[in-house]
Design a binder for this molecule. Structure first.
Ligand SMILES: NC(=O)c1ccc[n+]([C@@H]2O[C@H](COP(=O)([O-])OP(=O)(O)OC[C@H]3O[C@@H](n4cnc5c(N)ncnc54)[C@H](O)[C@@H]3O)[C@@H](O)[C@H]2O)c1
Length: 448
């Protein structure tokens, strides 16, 4: 698609954006993207390592509240032979000083969830593109504020949802777009990952496992576990919802209309602590987050979606994707595909054979660059997509509407559970534009 068509159909204008504020982005341009990083813990460092690989990225500034994170980041940047980044620290508001810099085009936000919203709003108001880790805000209102601020400032906001770029996920997207599965009927996905060693981490090694969370712990155990104690609901919907949004053309001719959530009892986390340290106080806590939360979503075009949040129990990793249409289906848990008329009747084909044939053009083009990047290469793709959007002053391929749509599932599911599994209306963040909006995600080989 030519740039002009992009702008007319799926880009800035069609999405309701005006021209980006002049003089704020790219005050001096040498075709490099100048990045500021807010949060350089585990995930922030993964984005730092992506940035350090590229000639078209300058790591201008980093911000973190912990010296241990800054120290690791500083050492890594030096080891890569890159110029030292200016550091901002000292308080949870230190990022505001970073945002005052005129030589930063975009920020990468990889802080705990409770900080994303304000940091993103302030960054957009300061004229910086926002690439924010998953979870845009904590309440429905915060999600609306993000949309309103992005529209008001004209600054794109992208959730850095890496699973949308997973190789098999993109091959299946290619198959969906070529109508292999026929008309889509039902989709599943979720976050099904045993996080017990992440939620209790005494720091013996990175994800060392243990029985502590909060100030005595390391990395995500410092802050994430508290959410599982305080809140029932699907706390991490985007790894499942991000790809499904693309499959079902959500916000582009289709939309989520309402949802209900169900949660099981919560036993896994307490049992984990009790096993490692019998009688420990953390084994006696009342964890509100059910061990398995199931959310069902209706789509305007009649498809159903099921998302699962399952992170407290012993289980091998699988996001549990299922993409099913009138002609066949893909299931990733058994790595199988069935296409009527092409597969043997009632029999599975190994998914790999199909996925190789329908490998997405972007993966074919960039495979070599993505080798060795985090999470099987998909981290390279999501970072690349963001950088190319900033560099071209274009709309991001995961735009603000898709970003908030995948993230708002958390507060909606919590509310559904609180109200006895009551259905919740899904906000139309596009205010009706979904009817005409065109797909812009990984449409061609242009790098998105
Ligand atoms: N997409 C993925 O695959 C993926 C993987 C891991 C984490 N994440 C997401 O990335 C984010 C960060 O997770 P993580 O694993 O890096 O956690 P982490 O705890 O390892 O790192 C968070 C960092 O933010 C810093 N921080 C806390 N408050 C801050 C503030 N107000 N200002 C600046 N810095 C602050 C902490 O000191 C820490 O260094 C979360 O949203 C998480 O869900 C995404």
């Amino acid at each position: 698609m030519k740039r002009r068509e992009f702008l007319q159909t799926g880009g800035l204008t069609a999405a309701g954006f005006t021209i980006l504020p002049t003089g704020r982005l790219f005050a001096s341009t040498n075709n490099k993207v100048r990045l500021g990083y807010i949060g350089v813990g585990a995930r922030g460092m993964s984005h730092i390592s992506e940035g350090a690989l590229r000639d078209d990225v300058e790591i201008v500034a980093i911000c973190d509240t912990q010296e241990s994170s800054l120290k690791g980041c500083r050492a890594f940047i030096a080891k890569k032979g890159r110029p030292a980044a200016k550091e901002y620290t000292g308080s949870v508001s230190a990022y505001k000083e970073l945002l005052e810099r005129m030589d930063i085009d975009a920020v990468i936000i990889s802080t705990p969830w409770q900080f994303h919203y304000q940091q993103a709003i302030d960054a957009m108001n300061a004229g910086k593109y926002v690439g924010c880790e998953v979870i845009a805000g904590l309440t429905v209102k915060e999600h609306w504020d993000i949309v309103n601020t992005s529209e008001k400032t004209g600054i794109p906001y992208m959730t850095l949802e890496n699973v949308s770029y997973r190789r098999d996920v993109m091959a299946v997207l290619n198959m969906v777009r070529q109508n292999l599965f026929g008309e889509l009927i039902h989709l599943e996905g979720g976050y099904q990952h045993d996080l017990r060693e992440v939620l209790f981490n005494d720091g013996k090694n990175y994800y060392g496992g243990g029985v502590e969370y909060g100030p005595k712990a390391l990395s995500e155990a410092q802050w994430r576990t508290q959410f599982n104690i305080d809140q029932d609901g699907d706390l991490y919907p985007t790894h499942g919802a991000g790809p499904i949004i693309n499959y079902a053309s959500i916000n582009k001719g289709n939309r989520f209309t309402n949802l209900v959530s169900f949660s099981s009892k919560a036993r896994g986390l307490a049992a984990h602590v009790e096993k490692l340290s019998p009688g420990h106080p953390n084994a006696k806590l009342n964890y509100k987050n059910g061990d398995v939360t199931t959310t069902l979503i209706n789509c305007a075009n009649g498809e159903t979606v099921m998302l699962t949040h399952d992170v407290h129990l012993p289980r091998p990793y699988s996001l549990g994707f299922r993409v099913q249409g009138t002609q066949g289906l893909w299931m990733d848990v058994n790595k199988s595909i069935h296409i009527e008329g092409k597969s043997k009747p009632h029999a599975w084909d190994k998914a790999d054979e199909w996925l190789k044939t329908y490998d997405h053009p972007l993966w074919k083009k960039y495979e070599a660059e993505a080798v060795g990047a985090g999470h099987g290469g998909m981290d390279w793709f999501v970072f690349n997509a963001f950088v190319l959007a900033v560099k071209g002053k274009k709309q991001t391929p995961i735009d603000v509407y898709d970003s908030v749509t995948m993230s708002v599932i958390t507060p909606l599911s919590t509310k559904s559970l609180k109200e006895g599994n009551a259905p919740q209306e899904f906000p139309d963040f596009t205010r009706g534009k979904w009817k005409k909006k065109k797909d812009t995600f990984a449409i061609d080989e242009s790098g998105f």
